[in-house]
Design a protein around this ligand. Structure first.
Ligand code: PBG
Length: 310
């Protein structure tokens, strides 16, 4: 009766990994319990989300390695893995929102989110132009929410303008506005197959974990450029940022409980250090308490089942 915060399946976004093939479910060793799914099996996941009351799924491709290039051109192929997966999900469960990631790391031969110069430095404006085309390709495929996770400056405005011009005025932008250069992304990079490829780190475009005021500036820019919602990432170690963004801007704020956080909870549960179900629900509730409208979590289907008493 006095609970100040509610957690429900409607607060969850379920990230899913896609691979080539037919009838393929590939486990990811550093993300125990999470798999890559071939496009034909995505329909089943979308329907599962609908049955569980999860309003949105987020799709990430593991692009075959022979299609990864310096210029990431596969990102612009209207028949690439992610576009086929979006169509399959929307055909199977049109009521379930589909969020797609705009960034080049699943498509580059060097694993960076953008185009690099000879010295390996990620080029902001060159990248931003390609991201804009990538967003359009994903919107054409049927994505409901475009989520730029690349951290280039100016890309939200460019994408918004292109969506308007391209007849996709109703496609939303969820900006990964405050995304930190974090050690918690390792299992994700395994899942999309970029870990072994990545040269150097992402510290020239992702944020320094020491900074909070910079996060507020990043959020302000993305909102001014037309972001509908903003995201803080990773999640648990950055709940102070969630709170500050919520209080300052009063817009819907999301957090990404990232792959390393999932792995940490699973490892704790497997080691008998805590009880999985309780750990999952307590951490998800803490996102809501901090001010999140919703959370991207690999535990989304488990949490939704628990919350429904199933
Ligand atoms: C890349 C991207 C990353 C994640 C989402 N999009 C990793 C990175 O920046 O290297 C991480 C998500 C996770 O760890 O679960 N554009």
């Amino acid at each position: 009766m006095v609970a100040e915060t509610m957690l429900s399946p409607a607060d969850l976004i379920w990230p899913l990994f896609i691979c080539e093939g037919q009838g393929v479910e590939e486990p990811i060793s550093t993300l125990p319990g999470v798999s890559r799914w071939s496009v034909d099996l995505i329909a089943g996941r979308a329907k599962e989300a609908r049955e569980l009351g999860i309003p949105c799924i987020a799709l990430f491709p593991n692009t075959p390695h022979d299609l990864r290039t310096e210029d990431a051109r596969e990102a612009l192929n209207a028949d690439n893995l992610i576009c086929r997966a979006v169509k399959a999900a929307k055909d199977a469960a049109p009521e379930v929102g589909v969020l797609t990631d705009v960034a080049l790391d699943p498509y580059t031969s060097h694993g960076h989110d953008g185009i690099v110069d000879e010295g390996g430095y990620v080029l902001n404006d060159t990248t931003s132009a390609i991201l804009t085309d990538q967003a359009l390709v994903q919107a054409e495929a049927g994505a409901d929410i475009i989520a730029p996770s690349d951290m280039m400056d100016g890309r939200v405005g460019a994408i918004r303008a292109a969506l308007e011009q391209g007849g996709h005025a109703n496609v939303q932008i969820m900006a990964y506005a405050a995304k930190y250069a974090s050690a918690f992304y390792g299992p994700f990079r395994d899942a999309v197959g970029s870990r072994g490829l990545l040269k150097g780190d992402k510290k020239t475009y992702q944020m320094d974990p020491a900074n909070a005021l910079e996060a507020l500036r990043e959020v302000a820019l993305d909102l001014a450029e037309g972001a509908d919602t903003v995201m803080v990432k990773p999640g648990l170690p950055y709940l102070d940022i969630v709170r500050r963004v919520k209080e300052r801007f009063e817009v819907p704020v999301f957090a990404y409980q990232v792959s390393g956080e999932y792995a940490m909870l699973e490892a704790a549960a497997a080691a008998g250090a805590g009880e999985r179900e309780a750990l999952v629900l307590e951490t998800l509730m803490s996102f809501k308490r901090a001010g999140c409208s919703g959370v991207l979590s690999y535990h989304a289907p488990l949490a939704a089942r628990l919350l429904a008493g199933r």
